[in-house]
Every structure is written in C-alpha cells, then in structure tokens.
Design a protein around this ligand. Structure first.
Ligand SMILES: O=P(O)(O)OC[C@H]1O[C@H](O[C@H]2O[C@H](CO)[C@@H](O)[C@H](O)[C@H]2O)[C@H](O)[C@@H](O)[C@@H]1O
Length: 289
C-alpha cells in the first residue's frame, strides 16, 4: 500500500485472462506474497442459505498448496465471524472476520491489538467493537422480532456485526424488509451503528472507522519489505480493501464487469480457482527469483 491509493478511482476491471503476463512480473519483483481472499462469492459460490456455503474441494486443495509455501501467506478476509470461518476453512490461514473487526492467527505470533489466548492460536478483537457488542446484539434481537412477519427474512448473529438476509424474500416484500431494517437500526442503533448494503444483505456494525482495508493494512505491516499484496473479493466491503492497494499490488474482483477499485476481474469463484492454481504452480519459484 502507498499514498497513491488515495487517488484511485473505480472503473471496470480488465478480465484476467492471462495470469502469466499479469501476475508474473508482479511476483518477479517481490520476495513474499500476501494473498488475501474474501470468502462468500469469492472462494465459496453464493447460495440461498448462508449456513450451507462451502468451498469446492479444488479450492480447499489450492489454499493448502498456497499456504504450504514459505514465501506465501494466505489470509481469508470475510464479513463472517471468525468462529464461523473456523468451521468452513480447513487450511491454517489467517482469518480476518466481521469485515476486519477481528482476526485469528493460527501461528505462534500474536497480532497487534487486544488479544486473548486460544488453544490453537490467537484471537484479536477491535476493542471498541468488542465494547459495542451488546448494542449490536440488541439490534439483532429487535430485528428478529420486527422482521418475523416477512417470509424468509433472516437475521445472522455474528457478535461484532449482524446481517439481515433477503435473498429468498419474495421480491414484493423486499422494500418493506429493508425499510423496517433501516428504521430499527436508526432507532436502536442510536447513531452508533451503521448499515451497509451487500449482495442481498443489509449489514449493521459499530460506527467505527475500521474496515477490511484497515485490517489488510495491519496484515501487510506485519510482513517484510518486498511483500506484494493480492486481494480477491466480490462485494461492497471488498472495495474498502481494493481502494487501498498500491500500484505494485494486485486486486481481482470476482463477478460481473462492474466498476471497482480492483484492476482485474474473473467471472466466478470457479474461474478464480484457475488463477490461484497458477499462483500455487508458479508463485514460489517466481518470488524466489
Ligand atoms: O466478506 P464475505 O466473506 O463475502 O462475507 C459477506 C457476507 O457473506 C455471506 O452472505 C453472502 O453469502 C450468502 C451465502 O452464499 C448469501 O446467501 C448472501 O446473500 C450473501 O450476501 C454471509 O452470510 C454474511 O455474514 C457475510 O457478511
């Protein structure tokens, strides 16, 4: 990340059709790769029920291969909670959850910030977000009651943040679902909770100046000079991370050709696996050259 991030603007990313020509030169000029990957819509295809989202086996395999290289660090950067991610990600990656508000390091070294011992690693939570958890839980509870009459509207409790899902809500009921959600957050959140929109979701979180981009910055600060950053994501909060990439880093947006701060795009999670396999095949030797 550099100061040039401040002048980036959104445009339609170019399709990443040839990883060798696009990623090869980047890796040749670096000594280490920090590979940050969003989960839903990026590694795991989107499904109606968020509880059933899984990574295909080919994706799990390529994450294992990337993570086994000493010159590559893999981090999953997600809107899901760390607790949830730990049930879905088998490989020993760093897990950044709740859009950057918490982080789990499987390695022996504690991350920055407030930390708490865990038998299998270290879990750090943004301290202001931790203090705001009761208010978030109150919002979740009130929303569950208020949205109960809306068919298929669900509230995902994630501790530090919460999500209202309307993917399978009848189209005619979506406007009222969203309007009720906004009313509750305005009334119960009392200016201390903010709403963001994502892929068929409204998410609420503490009104703190901290997002995926900040969390990725902290991750990068923990790596030596010569580290290049790859960020792959598909949704609104991933733009927070794409926005802070430097010209030496690489951003890949997954999905349709919509404007993004990322420079490249692939069509789908399945297409991304192809690029990650290229990285696993060629990354370690290019980084060492
Ligand atoms: O940052 P991410 O890893 O992309 O997480 C963002 C949200 O993803 C999940 O919701 C999305 O995926 C669901 C399963 O495919 C889908 O049903 C939903 O419509 C999508 O928005 C997750 O449930 C949320 O908690 C995450 O914040």
């Amino acid at each position: 990340m550099t100061d040039s991030a401040a002048v980036r603007c959104q445009s339609v990313p170019r399709r990443l059709s040839n990883p060798t020509s696009r990623l090869g030169p980047t890796l040749e000029n670096a000594s280490h790769l920090l590979c940050c990957l969003d989960f839903d819509g990026t590694l795991a295809p989107i499904v109606d029920d968020p509880a059933t989202a899984v990574m295909p086996q080919a994706t799990e395999r390529v994450l294992d291969r990337l993570g086994s290289s000493r010159s590559i660090t893999v981090a999953i950067v997600s809107g899901r909670s760390v607790t949830d991610l730990r049930t879905r990600v088998g490989s020993p990656a760093i897990l950044v959850g709740n859009h950057g508000l918490e982080r789990f390091d499987p390695g022996p070294h504690p991350p920055n910030g407030q930390s708490e011992s865990n038998s299998a690693g270290r879990h750090a939570v943004h301290p202001i977000a931790a203090a705001a958890t009761p208010r978030i839980e109150t919002c979740s509870g009130v929303l569950e009651t208020v949205l109960d009459p809306i068919p298929n509207a669900t509230v995902e409790h994630k501790g530090l943040t919460g999500t209202v899902h309307d993917r399978t809500v009848p189209e005619s009921a979506v406007p009222v679902c969203r309007s009720l959600t906004r009313d509750v957050i305005e009334r119960v959140g009392d200016d201390r909770v903010v709403l963001t929109e994502g892929a068929r979701i409204l998410e609420f979180r503490p009104a703190i100046e901290w997002d995926k981009g900040d969390a990725v910055g902290v991750l990068e600060d923990g790596h030596p000079p010569g580290t290049v950053l790859l960020y792959c994501g598909d949704d609104t909060t991933d733009e927070d991370a794409f926005r802070v990439l430097s010209d030496d880093d690489v951003g890949i947006r997954v999905g349709d050709a919509t404007p993004s701060y990322a420079s490249f795009r692939v069509d789908s999670p399945q297409a991304l696996v192809g690029s990650l396999e290229w990285l696993a095949d060629h990354g370690p030797s290019l980084l060492a050259s």
